[in-house]
Design a protein around this ligand. Structure first.
Ligand code: BG6
Length: 495
């Protein structure tokens, strides 16, 4: 299915997100034949550039960041006439008149009306002014054809998220608003829905009767680097847990939706957030820990601690690591802990969900045979490895009866030849097609903020920390180990 004629207006067209993600994603969609015949991308930014300057920059970005490698001359020549640039001061009403003219001109050329998508790849303080100015210029009234895409951070806390939702809600209908959480566009994350709801054997096991606990780890080797300006006011809980990790939890924990439509799927996810146990100041102490990285060595190279990153506050107490134990208080999950952890400058980059099943009720094997017997685990690797492994016990070959753990594996690399699309390709195409399934609805965002607010508040009240408390290239602070150890568990090794 191709979308209607489409005009993509990217605010922040000269920024990092467009360079690394949006431009390469649109180009790859073009290569794979997903863009409509009548398509235009209008980049906008404060810098004065001609269409040709912008096109040149874009080619450079695509060559550097596209998964399909350097653009081939003939393909690029096919794509580039659709790319335009318009210098814009987002505070100035005239800017929006110019957009209106540009859109009208394209529609006249195409002899048809176009869908217009406004992509706000800018700092969040510009969201309100852009939305309001679009509205004043009369650019938002066509509910069927106009859409707005908002990047995270969606609010800084519950109150600001509500305010932003309210403001957007005065200008747009919810069906026009696409709040991006790029984790939802990842191929392996979408596959969790397929795995759970297209296989009859999983559902009967997927509950408190069989599952002992769940771990969701998103570890990153990269440090905060140049992003301290944004990150210092954010921290790992806001940057990763409030959105990406809680979304993963929702997909693991949700009830089967009635069908695969946006409202059904999002209703079931919001049910999970609503069922999640709220924290009190006391339970925050028991359930949430944080850390900040110090200097260290990564692959033979010395790397600075967070407080020494460019532009960082040398006394910053912002967390670069967070681990939280959550509970989902409903029939399916009562008593099953969900441990979530994420951090920067850890030993390895990997996003993995592990579901640990309960022990066999009774072992028929004596200890000498079953020395290495483990509980069953389902390991869903989101990245960099893309796989699902079911860890089961098997008899080791030999005349004696000795058990060990083996993997039943579904591995993307070994199964499919086609390269998986980047998350942004999937998401941008969905915006064009008007499918909101993989986007955050207003109530989801607010529930997730509501859930983490007591942790943020408690941490703010106990700001002074013994930071740094983990060194670069480690697996995080000791308190994270203690969080799971006191329940008799350990964080699973990331291969
Ligand atoms: C972003 C965060 O949303 O996700 C970054 O702001 C983080 O801090 C990134 O590095 C991780 O995304 P991915 O796709 O590389 O796992």
């Amino acid at each position: 299915i191709k979308s209607q004629p489409t005009i993509f207006v990217i605010f922040g067209g000269t920024g990092d997100l467009n360079a690394r993600k949006l431009a390469p994603a649109l180009y790859n969609l073009y290569l794979e034949g997903w863009l409509p015949e009548q398509f235009a991308l209008i980049g906008t930014g404060r810098t004065k550039l001609s269409d040709d300057d912008f096109r040149e920059r874009m080619l450079k970005d695509i060559n550097e960041f596209s998964r399909s490698g350097e653009a081939k001359e003939d393909k690029w020549q096919g794509f580039v006439p659709n790319v335009y640039y318009q210098a814009a001061d987002v505070q100035n009403a005239d800017t929006y008149q110019e957009f209106a003219n540009r859109i009208k001109q394209l529609e006249e050329e195409w002899k048809t009306e176009a869908n217009v998508i406004y992509y706000l790849a800018v700092a969040p303080n510009f969201f309100p002014v852009i939305a309001e100015n679009l509205s004043k210029a009369g650019l938002t009234t066509d509910v069927e054809r106009t859409r707005i895409v908002i990047e995270k951070p969606f609010g800084h806390d519950l109150e600001s998220a509500k305010e932003l939702n309210k403001l957007l809600g005065c200008i747009f209908q919810e069906k026009q608003i696409y709040r991006i959480d790029h984790y939802l566009g990842k191929e392996t994350v979408q596959n969790i829905m397929a795995f759970r709801f297209a296989n009859a054997i999983m559902e009967p096991l997927w509950n408190r009767n069989n599952i002992e606990h769940v771990q969701i780890s998103v570890t990153e080797q990269l440090g905060v680097g140049e992003r301290t300006g944004y990150y210092d006011g954010s921290g790992a809980l806001r940057d990763m847990i409030q959105n990406h990790l809680l979304q993963l939890l929702c997909i693991v924990a949700m009830e089967p939706p009635v069908n695969f439509t946006a409202e059904e799927v999002r209703d079931r996810k919001v049910d999970v957030l609503r069922a999640m146990r709220r924290f009190t100041p006391d339970s925050v102490r028991d359930s949430a820990v944080r850390g900040q990285y110090g200097p260290g060595w990564i692959e033979g190279e010395k790397v600075p601690g967070y407080r020494e990153e460019p532009g960082a506050n040398p006394e910053s107490n912002t967390e670069t690591f967070a681990a939280v134990k959550f509970f989902v208080d409903n029939w399916r999950w009562q008593g099953v802990p969900f441990y979530l952890r994420t951090g920067k400058r850890l030993h390895r980059s990997a996003s993995i969900i592990t579901i640990q099943f309960k022990d066999v009720p009774h072992s028929i094997f004596p200890p000498e045979m079953a020395d290495t017997m483990r509980k069953n685990r389902l390991v869903i690797s989101i990245q960099p490895e893309m796989s699902i492994r079911l860890q089961v016990q098997a008899k080791r070959p030999g005349v004696d009866m000795v058990l060990n753990t083996v993997d039943m594996v579904f591995d993307y690399k070994g199964t499919y030849v086609a390269q998986a699309p980047e998350a942004y390709e999937t998401l941008l195409l969905d915006v064009m097609l008007g499918d909101q399934t993989l986007f955050m609805r207003a109530d989801q965002v607010e529930e997730a903020w509501d859930l983490v607010m007591p942790i943020l508040n408690a941490w703010q009240n106990r700001a002074s920390q013994n930071f740094p408390n983990y060194s670069a290239d480690s697996w995080g602070p000791e308190v994270a180990e203690a969080l799971v150890a006191k329940d008799g568990f350990h964080w699973f090794t990331i291969p």
